[in-house]
Design a protein around this ligand. Structure first.
Ligand SMILES: [Zn+2]
Ligand SMILES: [Zn+2]
Ligand SMILES: [Zn+2]
Ligand SMILES: [Zn+2]
Length: 510
C-alpha cells in the first residue's frame, strides 16, 4: 500500500469515527438488543470481499435501512468500496437504533490490462514486453511464480508498469489485495522473426531501391537499400560502339546508358579470329575477327573482315601431262595451275622399270616404265609399257634324214625347237617348215605272183621255197608271202606251189 492511498484511507477512517461519535447527537440512543447483523458475501484475502455483500439483522423480525426510513429485511452493499457503511436497525418492537457503521472492503474487480496496451494473454513478443495494469487495490505481480519489480503511476487511474526481458514462455499473474488475479500466458522471443523481404521501391541505376522485412510479431521492420555496386549493375546499356585496331588485333566497345548521360563505359574486347577465305596463288585470303565483350551478364559482339592473308606460293596444280622418251628411259611431267595458265612447271620424273612379261623364242618381252613426280606434297605417276626385250633364240635339235621303205615313212633332214616345237630347214632357225613337209612317204611294194623269193624271176626255186614254207622249214616276209599266195586266198599252201609250177610250164610253152 502506498502512501497517498494510505492517506485517503485514514481520512475516510477519521470521518467515519467522527460520524460515529456525532451519531448519538443527531438520533436516538441505540437499542441494546439490535446491534448484531450478519455479513454475507464471497470472502477474499485479508477481510476483503470479492462480491457484493448482503447485510441482514440477526434478531428475528428486525429490519435494516441505509437511510433510517426505507426499512428492509436485508440490504445489499455493492462494491467496489473500502469506506465504512452506515446503517440503521429496527427491532420487532419498532425500536430503532441510531446510525451504525461497518467497515466493508469489497473488490469485485480483478486487475485488468490497461486499454491500449500491447501486453495481452497469448501474446508473443520480441526481446522484451512491457505491461500496464489497472488495479485500485493492487498487491503484487508474479512472473512464473516470482515477484518482479514494477512502477506505479496514479495520474488518472492507478496503474502499475512492468517489463519482462527474459526470452521464453512465461505466466504472468497480477494479484489485488482481495486475491483477484489476472493471468496472462505470454512468449518472449529472443529476437524478431522476419517475414519475406518485400521490395517497396524498384531500384535502377539512378534510383536507390528499397526492400523491407517486417517482424511477424511486432511492428519492427528492417529497411535495406540497394548499394552503389548493385545500382551499377542496373544500367540500361545501348548497343555499344566498337572501335577496331587497323589490323583487327584489338577492339574496344563503348557503352552509353539510356538512363543517364553520365553513365558510360568502355571495355576492351576479347578478340578471336578465323580464316573465312584461304589465300590462293592469285588472290589474298580473308580473316574474320570477332570482338566480344560482356556487360551486366549480356554478351555483345562485332566482326571485321580483313584481306590480310598473303598470296599463296602453293598452286592449284591439275593432273600433269607426262612426256616420255621413246625408250622409256626418261620422262617429265608438265603441270598447269588451275587458277592461272601462266603458272606452269615441268618436273623431271624419277623413272623405275620392271619386266612385266619375259621374252620367249617367239615373242619379245615387255618392260613397264613408271614415272613418278612429287609436287606440293602430292605424288603423280604415269606408266608406259614397251615391248623392248628381244625374243630369245630357238633351242634347235637336228633331226637326221631317214629313208622311206615299203613299210615305213622316211623324213628329210630338219631342225626342231625344244621350246616352241617348230621345225626349221636351217640350223639358224630362219626357214620354218611344217612338220608334215618333212615326212617322206612309204615306198610302193611291187609283188610278182610266184616270185616267192623276190629275186625278180619265177622259177623252180620259188616253188621249192613255198614247199619249204608249207613244211615249216622256212619263213616268209610279207612281200614273199603275198607273192607266194597265188590264188589270193590268204593262205600259202601246196596249191600255190603247184600253181607256180604251172606258171613256169606255161611260160616255157609260150
Ligand atoms: Zn518483432
Ligand atoms: Zn545507368
Ligand atoms: Zn597458280
Ligand atoms: Zn622355238
Amino acid at each position: 500500500m502506498n502512501a497517498s492511498f494510505k492517506k485517503v484511507f485514514s481520512v475516510l477512517l477519521c470521518f467515519s469515527i467522527l460520524a460515529t461519535l456525532m451519531a448519538p447527537a443527531v438520533s436516538a440512543a441505540p437499542a441494546a438488543d439490535v446491534t448484531d447483523i450478519s455479513v454475507e458475501g464471497t470472502q477474499g484475502n485479508d477481510g476483503w470481499y470479492t462480491s457484493d455483500v448482503t447485510l441482514t439483522p440477526v434478531a428475528p423480525g428486525s429490519l435494516i435501512s441505509s437511510n433510517g426510513s426505507d426499512w428492509q429485511q436485508s440490504i445489499v452493499v455493492k462494491g467496489d468500496r473500502t469506506s465504512p457503511f452506515t446503517y440503521y436497525l429496527k427491532d420487532a418492537d419498532g425500536q430503532e437504533s441510531g446510525a451504525e457503521k461497518i467497515t466493508l472492503k469489497i473488490d469485485k474487480t480483478a486487475p485488468r490490462i490497461r486499454s491500449g496496451s500491447a501486453f495481452k494473454d497469448g501474446g508473443i513478443y520480441c526481446k522484451t514486453v512491457s505491461g500496464g495494469i489497472v488495479e485500485e487495490y493492487f498487491d503484487k505481480i508474479l512472473v512464473d511464480g516470482e515477484p518482479i519489480r514494477y512502477t506505479q503511476d496514479d495520474y488518472d487511474e492507478i496503474k502499475y508498469y512492468f517489463t519482462i526481458n527474459t526470452a521464453g514462455s512465461h505466466t504472468v499473474e497480477v494479484y489485488d489485495k482481495a486475491g483477484n488475479v489476472l493471468t496472462a500466458n505470454i512468449t518472449v522471443n529472443e529476437d524478431h522473426v522476419y517475414g519475406d523481404l518485400v521490395q517497396t521501391k524498384a531500384p535502377s541505376c539512378t534510383v536507390r531501391g528499397n526492400w523491407e522485412k517486417q517482424c511477424i510479431y511486432c511492428i519492427h521492420k528492417v529497411i535495406i537499400s540497394s548499394t552503389d555496386a548493385e545500382m551499377d549493375q542496373l544500367h540500361d546499356w545501348n548497343e555499344p560502339t566498337f572501335e577496331w585496331a587497323e589490323d583487327g588485333s584489338s577492339a574496344t566497345a563503348s557503352f552509353t546508358c539510356n538512363n543517364s548521360e553520365l553513365h558510360a563505359k568502355t571495355l576492351d574486347a576479347e578478340i578471336t579470329s578465323e580464316v573465312v577465305t584461304p589465300a590462293t596463288c592469285v588472290e589474298p585470303g580473308e580473316t574474320k575477327y570477332t570482338a566480344t565483350v560482356e556487360l551486366q551478364g549480356q554478351t555483345y559482339t562485332d566482326e571485321k573482315i580483313i584481306k590480310d592473308i598473303p598470296i599463296s606460293a602453293e598452286h592449284a596444280w591439275e593432273e600433269p601431262q607426262f612426256v616420255w622418251a621413246n625408250d622409256g628411259s626418261l620422262a617429265y611431267a608438265e603441270f598447269v595451275c588451275g587458277n592461272s595458265s601462266e603458272h606452269n612447271k615441268s618436273v623431271v620424273a624419277e623413272v623405275t622399270s620392271e619386266v612385266v612379261k619375259a621374252a620367249t623364242c617367239t615373242e619379245p618381252g615387255e618392260t613397264k616404265y613408271t614415272a613418278t613426280v612429287e609436287m606440293q606434297g602430292q605424288t603423280y605417276t604415269d606408266v608406259k609399257i614397251i615391248k623392248d626385250i628381244p625374243a630369245i633364240a630357238h633351242s634347235l635339235t637336228k633331226v637326221d634324214a631317214t629313208q622311206a621303205s615299203e613299210t615305213k615313212e622316211g623324213n628329210i633332214e630338219y631342225y626342231i625347237c625344244g621350246d616352241c616345237k617348230k621345225a626349221f630347214l636351217d640350223a639358224e632357225g630362219k626357214t620354218e617348215i611344217s612338220l608334215e613337209d618333212t615326212v617322206l612317204p612309204k615306198v610302193e611294194v611291187k609283188v610278182v605272183k610266184g616270185d616267192a623269193n623276190a629275186d625278180g624271176k619265177v622259177g623252180i626255186v620259188d616253188a621249192k621255197l613255198v614247199l619249204k614254207y608249207v613244211a615249216q622249214m622256212q619263213t616268209l616276209s610279207d612281200k614273199e608271202y603275198k607273192a607266194a599266195d597265188m590264188n589270193n586266198d590268204g593262205n600259202v599252201t601246196v596249191v600255190d606251189a603247184k600253181l607256180i609250177l604251172k606258171l613256169i610250164a606255161g611260160i616255157n610253152n609260150a
